[in-house]
Ligand binder design. Sequence first.
Ligand SMILES: [Zn+2]
Length: 243
Amino acid sequence: MHPRETVTVRGIVIGRRDIGEQNRFLDILTDEYGVIEATCYGARKVGGKNSSCGNLFSFCDYSLTKTALRYSVDSAETVYGFFGLAKDFGSYALACYLAELTRGTSAPEQPHLGFTRFFAATLYQIEKGSISRNEIKALFELKLSHLLGILPEFVFCSSCGESPGVLYLSIAEGEAICDDCGGRGYSLHAESLAVLTALQTGYEPYKLRPSTGALAELAPMAEAHLLYHLGRGFKTLDYYKNL
Ligand SMILES: [Zn+2]
């Protein structure tokens, strides 16, 4: 017999798999425990007590029973319902890609401090629609790269130490190099460099509001850099881009 304990966590469902006719496994993103898998009995039972907390992007305070082997959902209280996401294909597809990205880069039982709030803020911005999906996607990818420790610094050329105004990111080397030192790859002008540095010093991503020109530099770089270093693609990204 394994000891049982009850834990309460605030989390967002970022993945789900049906089991049988009424139940589901949920991947819940939490700050304290990273992404945890919990069984949600009755998630698919219409009108059941767990019918509203077991959907993709449910954002709830979950009361879970934890044994050595697994978690299961006892009850949940909704924090916010992202109902607007499902009304737009593009919005829903982007949210699904960012969820798969998060699942693919989180270790279970590893704290992911502050990330649940950031993920909720991201869903909120996608739903609200006042920032373009292209901008949200790029800023999310950059923030995640930064948190994973794979984004270099963009203040000085990593070869000569000067700050010449334009740096080139070589994705494979993971270095930002100036023109004089033979920099090649994604060119980043002053505004893009300022956005990257602000993001790395903890500025809220969705308050950065890069100009169209800076976003045109940052967006392709953000995706290519992250996918290169993760060494994989994502089905949900292919789907999003083919819409
Ligand atoms: Zn240089």
